[in-house]
Design a protein around this ligand. Structure first.
Ligand code: SF4
Length: 306
């Protein structure tokens, strides 16, 4: 069986990775690595909206078995949870990591060692969770790890609030994009995630990710080797605008898109301050979205049980 070669190996050998790394590093001095464009000098220790400064911070890393089947496989997805996030969702389940800064500083060398360790543990891929804010450090560590034999497919697991400039730096580096599509309505994304421009930015980002990697490709064992998987968390009271989000995906991305529809919402973090978010989904609420999924013939992917 011919082993799939991750995109970044070619970018490493032809010098593209080194150029992207230099471009990413330069951006830390006036940080615009994400759509917030805080323009702070992170190299001097200043912090922007995401809370990330000069140090690379990681909350945890492990073989993770809770991802979609082609990502987790049988040996798990080598997942690294980076500290910080460029959104502030009031219902975030990981808020100690994303919003309270829980995690430890790591050097680039240590990050490269984590990558190599996850490969040694036979993980199927490297899964970077909210990596956008540490893009320079990630590219730098990847370069070190490649020189020592690292060759796992790279999964970019994100909120979907990504700038086109940053995605351009990931073109030819990322194999599998795993973004969220969280909202359709700017009033909702502003109220619950402090980002009025989320729907607009997210749509552009999804299109660019699809342009780069296309529909999901699986190998003979059913593991993801390249492509796009979009996650959508259904929220109570139609806050996510689920039906419109699905329509956008079916009509403007691809009807072959692998979609991961999630029903797991529960009121975490600050959600109980909002009566409309203070409960789980009802069966009719979720079924309406599942019906829409079928109506649009978005047949690839997974629907969580309620
Ligand atoms: S990565 Fe952080 S500091 Fe940089 S623009 Fe985004 S939120 Fe601001």
């Amino acid at each position: 069986m011919k082993k799939h070669q991750p995109a970044y190996l070619k970018s490493h050998s032809d010098g593209t990775l080194a150029k992207k790394l230099a471009a990413a590093n330069a951006r830390l001095q006036h940080c615009d690595l994400c759509p917030r464009r805080c323009l702070v000098n992170r190299q001097a220790g200043e912090k922007g909206f995401c809370g990330a400064g000069a140090d690379l911070k990681i909350s945890s890393y492990n073989a993770h078995f809770g991802e979609e089947p082609p990502i987790s496989g049988t040996h798990g997805s080598g997942t690294i949870f980076f500290t910080g996030c460029n959104l502030r969702c009031v219902f975030c389940q990981n808020y100690p990591i994303s919003q309270l800064g829980h995690g430890q500083p790591f050097t680039v060398r240590e990050l490269a060692d984590i990558m190599l360790e996850l490969k040694k543990r036979k993980c199927h891929n490297l899964n970077l969770v909210t990596g956008a804010i540490y893009l320079p450090q990630i590219l730098s560590a990847l370069e070190l790890a490649i020189k020592e034999g690292f060759d796992l497919p790279l999964v970019y697991n994100c909120s979907g609030y990504e700038s086109l400039d940053a995605l351009e730096l990931l073109d030819g580096i990322v194999d599998i994009y795993l973004p969220d599509a969280k909202y359709n309505d700017p009033r909702m994304s502003k109220k619950y995630s402090q980002s009025a421009d989320y729907p607009e930015i997210n749509k552009l980002a999804l299109k660019e990710m699809y342009r780069q990697v296309g529909d999901l490709i699986l190998d003979e064992e059913g593991l993801a080797v390249r492509g796009l998987i979009i996650r959508h968390l259904v929220l109570p009271e139609n806050i996510a605008g689920s039906e419109q989000v699905l329509e956008f995906i079916a009509k403007e991305i691809s009807a072959q898109t692998f979609l991961s529809l999630m029903a797991q919402y529960h009121p975490a973090h600050l959600a109980s301050n909002f009566p409309e978010l203070s409960r789980r989904l009802t069966k009719p609420e979720y079924e309406r979205v599942v019906d829409k999924l079928h109506e649009l013939e978005l047949d690839n992917g997974w629907c969580q049980e309620l």
